[in-house]
Ligand binder design. Sequence first.
Ligand SMILES: Nc1ncnc2c1ncn2[C@@H]1O[C@H](COP(=O)(O)OP(=O)(O)OP(=O)(O)O)[C@@H](O)[C@H]1O
Ligand SMILES: [Mg+2]
Length: 456
Amino acid sequence: MTIRTRLVVSTFLLQVFSMALLGWGVLAVRRQFQDRELHQSAALIEMAVERAASDALIQKDDVALLSYMKFLQVQYPAITQARILWKNKGRERAATVGLGRFGAQVRESRFTVADPADPQRTVEVDLALDYDVLDAPFWDANRRLTKIILAVWGGTSLLGLLVSFLIARGLTMPIVELSRLAGEIGGGKLGGKLAWESDDELGGLVRAFNGMSGRLEEFDSIKRNFVSSVTHELRSPLGAIESFLQLIREKMAGGTPEGYAQSKDFLERIQVNVRRLSGFINDLLDVAKIEKGKMECVLRPMELPVVANEVCQFFEAKALQQGVSIQNRLAVLPAVMGDADRVRQVLVNLIANGLKFTASGGQVWITGEQFRDGGARWIEITVGDTGRGMDEADRSRLFQPFTQGRNVSEGVAGHKGTGLGLYIVKSIVDQHGGKIEVKSTPGQGTRISFSLKVAA
Ligand SMILES: Nc1ncnc2c1ncn2[C@@H]1O[C@H](COP(=O)(O)OP(=O)(O)OP(=O)(O)O)[C@@H](O)[C@H]1O
Ligand SMILES: [Mg+2]
């Protein structure tokens, strides 16, 4: 049985049961009142008979008692029989009014009335009352009440069935949809999300599911990017190395001085590709460390301008070759707390990006500025460029591993890369307790800033 059917059946049964209990309670209370009124009616008849007997004794008129009893019998059909026994100084005389009827509900009562002037003169009356007849007027009212209760019961049960169906449907619909989406995800179709908003537990479940589905899609795209990046980043330098080795072998076989000179050039190119390979492998090792939470930075006071200078010098030749100017605009700054190797890595990655996305005639620079945050002194280092910039969609994803912006697709300076640089940069800045921020306008350039704490 489905949850929806179970919910409908149980709420419906609960409602039917509680309505039945309520109806039964109303009828039981009604029955109590009815019994009390029944006994009052019986007492009223007995009182009338008793008074008639007493009057007849005082007036010494036996016949009057008999005719009054007949009158009472007509007035109260519940009187089935009255046996009257007159006693006067040992003499007795009996008379009976009514034929008598005997049934389960006929009850007899006996009472004796004495003449107040002559206690030896008494009248004894055995009165038989049929309670079925006394009860009869109440039954009509009871039947009407029962009909009303049944009508209300039926109406509310149908309404309850409808309401419980609607509630059950409302509760189970997102669950049914979630299980359908989970099945789709299980079958490999990732990214399914359910459009359902509510502030209750179901809303929470749907939000958690949508978040999980989004993360799974992200992981899947990272995995796909990872496979293609790794394949590309390993195959292309290896392919280049293999071709250059082949060329060197041919040139060497020729034994000519030009052949040797060309072989030297090929060796340099092999070295470039070996560097590219080892750089990629180092990045992969860093990612593995970050994922395991083992990327540790040892913070010591360090001079930022010195490191920035080294990095600018390292890229100078490449920038010159590209026709891009590279400037270290860091003024005299206080020492910061940092792991010099890791801060160098941050600057290398940021400047490499700047150069990659800036065409000939552009500029790449490093600036720094002091600021205070909650009593602590910080330095914000910015790497800026006048390159192609990026749009909002690219900006929101650039710190994810193996994720590159769409601006990489059109020819960039040098090789395309793998989308690991900024992921590693952000992890290092996080380890330093700093913040990283990106400002970029398509076609105008990019500024990526990160902060480091000033050494005490
Ligand atoms: N200075 C920049 N100008 C324009 N886009 C940038 C800049 N820096 C980063 N980006 C965008 O952010 C993306 C991620 O950068 P990231 O450094 O992580 O990877 P990558 O440079 O593509 O590859 P890798 O650094 O692994 O060689 C880039 O692909 C690019 O789309
Ligand atoms: Mg990069």
